[in-house]
Design a protein around this ligand. Sequence first.
Ligand SMILES: [Zn+2]
Length: 117
Amino acid sequence: MDKRKLERFKKSLLNMRGEILKKSKKLKEDSYTLGTDGIQDMADAASNSYNVDILMSISDNDIKLLKDIDNALDKIKNSNYGICEECEEKITEKRLEANPVARYCITCQRMMEEKGM
Ligand SMILES: [Zn+2]
C-alpha cells in the first residue's frame, strides 16, 4: 500500500481513537472534574497505555475498539497494515475503508464467523 493511503488510514484511525477518548473524557467530566493529567496526549499514537480511570469509564465495546485501533496503528508502524493476520493475503482497500481496524480478509473473517469465533 502506498504511503499516502497509509497516512489516510492512520489519520482515520487516530480520529476514531480520539473520538472514543473524548467521549470517555466527557463521561468522566459529567461525574467529576478531570485533573490535567487525566487524559494522555491523543496525538501520541505510539502510546498503548491509558489512564486506568479513563478505561474504567469506557464501555467494553469501546475498549475492544481501542485495542483494535492500537493494533492497526502498530501494523502501520511495522508496515504490515492491510495484511490478513490469518492467511497473510492483502485485505482489500474497500474493506479497510469500511472498517480500518479489520484484521482479517473477508474470506478468513467469514470462515471464523461460520465457526462462531
Ligand atoms: Zn485471510
